[in-house]
Design a protein around this ligand. Structure first.
Ligand code: HEM
Length: 381
């Protein structure tokens, strides 16, 4: 995941370098979405597309349109009998989905189906899906393609989340400075790029992503009780609809100090460096040496403490909890981190027209055509 994310960031930064006019606002969102889409397509299908490829640009845009629409919470989502009143809306969604499907079939799946090596180990998610299709006659081709579309579509959530993070950063430049301090320290002032193994040593950057999630994650997560149960002394009978009220959990003064403030520090705590090292070395990390060399970069304060991201906040559930918890959460944390850190390593982010930066609480989606931002190459590191 780290390699895929870092490779795509190099391509993305090359592209940015060609189009950025220092200090001038421009539409950054389409490019962010294309970078995220490529990370997903590379990770799941082992291919990527050029930023100049118009069909690729179009389907990334359609994915984003769909993401925005499904986040609007229309009445028909809950009351299907309203469908006749939503026909033009449904037609629009269907046109976008058809174009996306055609692209995935023609530019990704067709080639892979023809060259599928059934006896070789699966090299990615697409291989696993195609093998299941070949081996299990209860699985239909439509199901496979639908799953691929659905998973690839996850990139829209991350692209929108990164745009939101950049919106906050343009509002609060001190947050960018903290992230840049971490980036410069861990990379020896830009001697290398940030990768996924840097998350432990860049707690403020991770905390910024969590703070964006606190602001933006879905207000309600509906579930249905599959058996009679008792929750906190309340009887819940089978079939009852139960909502996790994320809005209350994320914004109540009962749970957070000054919840209206955008403050990543709320996700940080201090731990003794020794304690932190012990925790890291007992983890099952596939690259323990790399991790421990990064941990050695942590500089403790005079009492021997380092900052660490709080992982034990029982009321913070942006990805929900239990059996149906979000399966994309590691991609969100990983690709979101790589994008944010790499952009801020190279650029200062601001806006010449801050009034047009509109964000929507409890909604990670931004309109496909949203605010502009300005990037300026950093001079001092
Ligand atoms: C901002 C980013 C994201 C947030 C806040 C988020 C949040 C959530 C939440 C709250 C659920 C409901 C869990 C439940 O019912 O208890 C969920 C489910 C799910 N998410 Fe995400 N998600 C994000 C990104 C992604 C991405 C990138 C993917 C792509 C792979 C993804 C794939 C899924 C899937 C497949 C489910 C259904 C899981 C199931 O029902 O078993 N999500 N997500």
């Amino acid at each position: 995941m780290s390699d895929v994310g870092c490779f795509e960031m190099e391509e993305f930064m090359d592209k940015l370098q060609k189009i950025v006019k220092p200090g001038k606002d421009f539409h950054l969102k389409p490019l962010i979405m294309q970078a995220c889409a490529n990370m997903f397509i590379q990770y799941m299908c082992s291919v990527r597309f050029d930023y100049a490829d118009e069909s690729f640009q179009l389907i990334v845009h359609y994915f984003d349109e769909i993401f925005w629409e499904i986040n609007q919470g229309y009445a028909v989502d809950f009351l299907p009998w309203l469908l006749p009143f939503y026909l033009p809306h449904m037609k629009k969604l269907s046109k976008w989905a058809t174009t996306i499907r055609q692209f995935i079939l023609e530019r990704i799946v067709r080639d892979r189906e023809q060259n599928l090596e059934k006896d070789e180990p699966e090299k990615d998610f697409t291989d696993a899906l195609l093998k299941t299709l070949a081996e299990d006659e209860t699985v239909s081709r439509d199901t496979i393609i639908f799953m691929l579309e659905d998973f690839l579509g996850g990139h829209s959530a991350i692209g929108n989340l990164v745009m939101l993070a950049l919106a906050f950063i343009s509002r609060y430049p001190e947050i960018a400075r903290e992230i840049q301090k971490e980036v410069d320290h861990i990379t020896n002032n830009g001697a290398r790029k940030v990768n996924l193994y840097d998350t432990d040593t860049m707690p403020f950057t991770v905390a910024t992503i969590y703070e964006v999630l606190r602001y933006a994650s879905s207000p309600i997560v509906p579930h249905v009780a599959t058996e009679d149960a008792c929750i906190s002394g309340y009887g819940v009978t089978k079939g009852t609809i139960v909502f996790i009220n994320n809005y209350e959990l994320n914004t109540s003064e009962k749970y957070w100090i000054n919840p209206k403030d955008f403050n990543p520090n709320r996700f940080l705590e201090k731990v003794k460096l020794e304690h932190f090292k012990m925790k890291r070395t007992t983890s099952l990390d596939p690259e323990p040496e790399l991790v421990s060399s990064h941990v050695s970069k942590l500089v403790p304060d005079k009492d021997g403490y380092v900052k660490h991201v709080r992982t034990n906040i029982p009321h913070f559930l942006p990805f929900s909890i239990g059996k149906r918890t979000c399966i994309g959460q590691n991609l969100v944390r990983g690709f979101g981190f790589i994008m944010l850190a790499n952009i801020l390593q190279t650029y200062d982010v601001s806006s010449n027209t801050p009034d047009q930066i509109k964000t929507y609480q409890a909604c990670v989606a931004l309109p496909p055509k949203t605010f502009t931002l300005s990037l300026t190459p950093r001079t001092s590191k």
